[in-house]
Every structure is written in C-alpha cells, then in structure tokens.
Design a protein around this ligand. Structure first.
Ligand code: NIG
Ligand code: FE
Length: 400
C-alpha cells in the first residue's frame, strides 16, 4: 500500500522522539506477513498490490505496553465519587479500588472473564493496537494471581494481538496478610511458580504509600532476576517515593506513571535504558498533575505511552485517544507520541526485534489512518482515525 508513511527507525529505545516521514511512502510484505519494503514510494520496486490509498497515513501498529487486562466489571461509581471529592486513596482504603476489582474477578467464572476481556482486546484492535501487555494484579492471593495469569495466557490465544504477560506480583496487600508476609510469598512462591509454569514474561510492582515500598521492590527485583524475568515498576504515580531511581538502579525495563518523579529520578532515567512509560489517560481520569515530560525529554529519557487500561484509573482502551491526551495534556509532539506508541513500547515488552517499526524483516503490523498526516490523530480526539488494522499482513475483520 502507498500513502504517507511515518515510522521510527534506528536503535531502540529511541530518544528525542524522531520518526521518519515518507510522503508518498509505501510498504510491501510477503505471503508470510514479513515486510520486504518500507519507505519512499518512488522506490517501491513494483506496483503496490493493495493500491494507492491516497490521502491516508500508514504507521506501525500501536503497542500498548501497560494494560491491566484481563479484568471484569467497571467502577464508574468510583469515578463519580472522585468527581464529588473522594480521593483514590480513600476508595482504596474503603475496600473499593483494586480490592473491589479483585472481588469481581474472584466471583466471576473463567469464561465470563474471558468474554468481557476479549471484547476489550477487539475494541483495542479496532483502534489500531496490534500488540499489548496483559497484567495480573487483581488475583490478590497465590492461587488468584496464578489463575489470572492463566486467564491472560488464554486471552492471548483468543485475541488478535501479540501479547506479553506481566505478573503484577505486588499490587495491593491481600486481606489477611501483612505486607512483609505477602512480599515473602510473592518472592518465594508466586514468582517461582509463575516462571516454572511459563505463565509470566515480566514482573511488576506497585510502589506507593498505599501499596509497596522501595525495599519491597528490591526483594521482588531479586526474585524476578533469579527467575530470569524482566522488571516493570508502577513508579511515583500518586506521590514521590524514589521508585524511578530504584527502577534505574535495579535495571528495570520501565518506570511507569511518573507523575511525581523527582529531579534525581528524571536524571537517572535520562542516563539509563529504563524507559519512562507515561499514562496520560490515567492522569485525565484521576485529574492528576502531569509528569515533568519536558524535563524527561531534555534529560534524554526513552519515552513510551500506553493506555493503562483498567477499571479504576483508566477505562480507556484506545491508543489514538491516549496519543491525543499525550499531546494535549503532556505536551508531546505528534511524531514523538508516534514513536512512544509503537517502537519504544515494543522495546519495553521485548518485542522490538519483530515489530514496533515499519522496517524490512519486521512483521507487517500496521495501521492505515484516514488523515493526511499523523498529527490528525491527536488533533481530532473522539474521531476514529483507523481505516484498517493489519496484523501479520492480514487486514483485521472489524467484526472478529
Ligand atoms: O496503574 N495504580 C495502580 N494500578 C492501576 C490502577 C488499578 C485500579 O485502580 O484498579 C494503575 O493506575
Ligand atoms: Fe497500571
């Protein structure tokens, strides 16, 4: 196909937010769905099979590197309560929040959880997401977390996207446990069990005053390393905790949220490979202050953006909407947001050798957008810009 083509190129994770734009550009792939050409349309060595798609823009498929699927049930009443002045911390303390989603998950049978979650992955695919993270963290018991990971693996089979499964081993302290005992169980039993059953591809910890400490994180990091699993961290979302600095020190793949990251954390991220994963839809829903995005950019941090899809802080499944929030709320440029929504999250998920950019040898995961430039995506929030989502060279049937 041929149209304007925009893609990140070069070594990943990318810094500085560049993406190459070819206008007209073209992409071609073989029968196996592997890209054989991507770039200047004048240099396409044959007539494009799918034809000239005119005014549109072709970009790599969106990669959502922070999503809390599988879950079941919404919490709109908590959103209304927060609008009326109740804080997220208060709802969490009153057995709502994460605890409530854990109860809904525990009370719903596997097939119903999968039906609810699969519909969301289809919604994501219709909005151009071709690869996504799936996370546990609503199991809140050893068996509950393993069950949620198994559901995630089943969802990965059933949904259109390439999926990477993360064990969010420490999300909330389960009822009836002390924090220290849960961390010990997570390190000594949960992480080894998940690794030996190959149920998880990474481990995550929610570092926050209402959740887990940097010391807890250090223990989990050691257990994840022993199991050979990369580390992800919910860092500095509701308040500053030094989690971003710890993420860099511990060699984490990413530090996510960062609304309250310190100047030291910004500098540490800029000097490291640990990606800064920004979640503007959760800032919008929580009406939270944005992270210091300009400082992160100036420090040289590798930026990614993701939906944070979850029923509490971010009931948003659409990467185009998230890109609009990243530009309008966080001051990212459109092409910086494109790289942050494709190439860098592919790196965060360990998928960058296969996907995340439109380059020869990678998989033909791409999105055809209806605007003449990528800037039309953040410029028109609420408009669905996706004409076609292509995964592995196959255009997605929207009804799938
Ligand atoms: O990334 N902050 C912790 N975890 C989620 C919210 C989970 C929930 O409220 O259910 C987040 O924002
Ligand atoms: Fe999250």
């Amino acid at each position: 196909m041929a149209a304007t083509l925009a893609t990140a190129t070069g070594p990943l994770p990318a810094r500085g937010g560049t993406a190459a734009v070819f206008s007209p550009g073209g992409v071609a792939w073989d029968d196996d769905g592997t890209i054989v050409f991507a770039g200047d349309a004048e240099r396409v060595p044959w007539e494009p099979v799918s034809g000239d798609v005119g005014e549109g823009t072709i970009v790599p498929g969106f990669v959502d590197c922070h999503a809390h699927l599988p879950f079941v049930g919404w919490r709109a009443d908590e959103y209304e309560a927060r609008l009326a002045g109740v804080s997220y911390r208060d709802l969490h303390g009153r057995e709502g929040g994460i605890y409530r989603s854990a109860r809904m998950l525990a009370e719903t049978d596997d097939d119903d959880v999968l039906a609810f979650s699969k519909a969301l992955t289809q919604e994501m695919a219709a909005h151009g997401t071709t690869a996504t993270e799936l996370k546990s963290g609503y199991g809140l018991s050893l068996e509950g977390e393993l069950r949620q990971l198994r559901l995630a693996r089943r969802l990965a089979e059933a949904c259109p996207q390439t999926c990477v499964v993360t064990l969010l081993a420490c999300h909330a302290v389960p009822e009836g446990w002390s924090r220290a005992d849960w961390v010990t169980a997570a390190c000594d039993e949960l992480i080894p069990a998940a690794a030996s059953e190959r149920l998880a591809d990474a481990v995550d910890v929610y570092v926050e005053d209402i959740a887990f400490s940097v010391e807890d994180l250090e223990r989990v990091a050691a257990a994840a390393a022993a199991a050979g699993l990369p580390l992800r961290i919910h860092a500095d979302q509701l308040g500053p905790s030094g989690a971003a600095e710890a993420a860099v020190r511990l060699g984490a793949r990413s530090a996510d949220h960062l609304n309250h990251v310190s100047a030291e954390g910004v500098a540490a991220l800029g000097a490291s490979e640990t990606a800064a994963v920004l979640l503007p839809a959760s800032s919008l829903t929580l009406r939270a202050a944005p992270p210091p995005v300009a400082a992160l950019r100036d420090a040289g941090a590798a930026l990614a953006i993701a939906t944070d899809l979850n029923p509490g802080t971010s009931p948003v499944s659409s990467m185009p909407e998230t890109i609009a929030f990243a530009c309008s709320l966080y001051g990212m440029t459109p092409l910086e947001a494109l790289t942050a929504a494709t190439a860098n999250p592919a790196w965060v998920l360990g998928l960058d050798a296969e996907l995340g950019t439109l380059e020869t040898g990678k998989r033909a995961d791409l999105v055809l957008l209806d605007g003449p430039s990528f800037a039309h995506v953040p410029y028109r929030p609420g408009h669905d810009p996706v004409v076609t989502t292509v995964i592995g060279g196959e255009p997605l049937d929207r009804a799938r």
